[in-house]
Design a protein around this ligand. Structure first.
Ligand code: KIV
Length: 261
């Protein structure tokens, strides 16, 4: 990739060249700027911010106003990376609602939007891409459906699920999606989908054979230590470093140098 702004076509071209795509979540100005300085080409203002920033139990509580607030903050970093944002829960029930909310995210600074689902949201996907807004699909475990599903579990182990995932992926690609996130998809099925469509798959907990990988940055860096998904290999234990630094500083304030209690 060049030093120019990353576009959906660049990401498709990466797949065509067999180059893997690294992607991370970013919810605010400093993190977007830092990850962009590291050259990560695809940044997502994910509704996972509901859990790791806002303290909600799951993503179903995240509002449109909260997404817009975080997209504006991330966009102020003016990243070279493509900045995508999640359409929050219940914001894309109809094609009209999907376009209206996608346009609000674009007005806030998003350059692409992502929504969860396959053939059941195809009319919405066509409406979004028809409005000229780049779209990323999301298949497999759908966090916005966690309450109906009763938890986070791997998809694609049953033959019917495998067939449905493959059909959904093809339908999203045909409807104009430029990439698809595969979350908690059985690795063999994630590989089959990746080999079967021209647009890149970006995996999370779906094995090594996707065209790219995405993680929640807080999981990668250890800034949300109270829960880390099993598939994450943490690269940093930032919460421990923060605790050590704050404790050291607090002790220095409470017991100034040269004084003993
Ligand atoms: O909300 C999110 O951060 C996501 C990614 C983890 C794929 O959807």
């Amino acid at each position: 990739m060049t030093s120019d702004k990353v576009t959906p076509s660049d990401l498709r071209a990466s797949k065509a060249r067999g180059e893997r795509i690294a992607s991370l979540t970013a919810y605010d100005y400093p993190m977007t700027r830092l990850l962009d300085e590291c050259g990560v080409p695809l940044l997502l203002v994910g509704d996972s911010l509901g859990m790791v920033v806002l303290g909600y139990p799951d993503t179903t509580h995240v509002t449109m106003a909260e997404m817009e607030h975080h997209v504006r903050a991330a966009a102020r970093a003016r990243p070279r990376a493509l900045l995508a944002a999640d359409l929050p829960y219940h914001s894309y029930e109809t094609p009209e609602a999907a376009v209206a909310h996608a346009l609000r995210l674009v007005a806030a600074g998003a350059e692409a939007v992502k929504a969860e689902g396959g053939r059941e949201i195809l009319a919405q996907v066509r409406a979004i891409t028809g409005a000229g807004i780049p779209f990323i699909g999301h298949l497999g475990m759908l966090p916005q459906h966690v309450l109906e599903e009763g938890g986070y579990r791997i998809k694609g182990r049953k033959e019917a699920e495998r067939e449905a995932l493959l059909a959904d992926a093809r339908a999203l690609a045909d409807a104009g999606a430029f990439a698809i996130v595969l979350e908690l998809v059985a690795p063999a099925v994630a590989r089959e989908i990746s080999e079967g469509i021209a647009i890149p798959t970006i995996g999370i907990g779906s094995g090594p054979d996707c065209d790219g990988q995405i993680l929640v940055t807080h999981d990668l860096l250890g800034t949300f230590p109270w829960f880390t998904p099993k598939f994450v290999k943490r690269e940093l234990n930032a919460s421990e470093q923060m605790r050590t630094a704050v404790t050291r500083w607090k002790q220095a304030v409470e017991v100034p140098a040269g004084k003993t209690l």
